[in-house]
Design a protein around this ligand. Sequence first.
Ligand code: SAM
Length: 206
Amino acid sequence: MKYVIEHMEEGFSEWVILEYSQIIREVGKENLILTSLPPSTTEKDIPSRLSDLGLQWTTKECVDIDGGNIEKSKICLLDPAAEVDLVPEDNNSFDYFVFGGILGSHPRIDRTGILRRKYGLAGRRLGSLQMTTDTAIRTTQKIVKDQVKFENIEFLDYPEIRYNKYEATEMPFRYIVGEDGTPILPEGMLELIKHDAEQSIDDLLI
Ligand code: SAM
């Protein structure tokens, strides 16, 4: 089972670094590849936190990895607009699961559609709500690797992240609930969300 992220953001923001780092830790560096980096990319362009975790990356497109010998029918695009939901039995049909390396937006903009139109891959949905890329990969791994049905995964929709006694911010995504009952976020993400929120309040006060 290989997880493929088609990197569609420009460069690597802190948010993206935290998400990709968490994904590598959860699926293993040998099972993740970042594709479609700009043709001029060299190792120097990859943030050291990702290189240190062993990130595999390429300027090739997702359909051309592993020597370009992959059968297209073995590749699944995780697509919020697909008509069929992912099920545990899909592990028999697909070897590669492709995700958009896209930051979520609210309201949702269909940037996954770029991949849908470009590659014509089989698509599968993970329910009707938008997830972050790391949550989408975590959910896919639970379904195809751990063989847990989507309806048996516990989710939290649009959780509120409280960053001080008075203020909180609502995250417009669906998350998996962790053992402690809180949404699973990449390591360091809570601090980043709090920092960004405090920053925008400071900007308002200027
Ligand atoms: N606004 C975005 C779009 O273009 O669809 C949402 C991007 S989402 C933050 C990043 C990636 O996670 C998507 O490209 C898709 O591969 C996966 N994803 C997120 N939610 C999903 C869902 N409900 N079903 C299937 N895939 C999902």
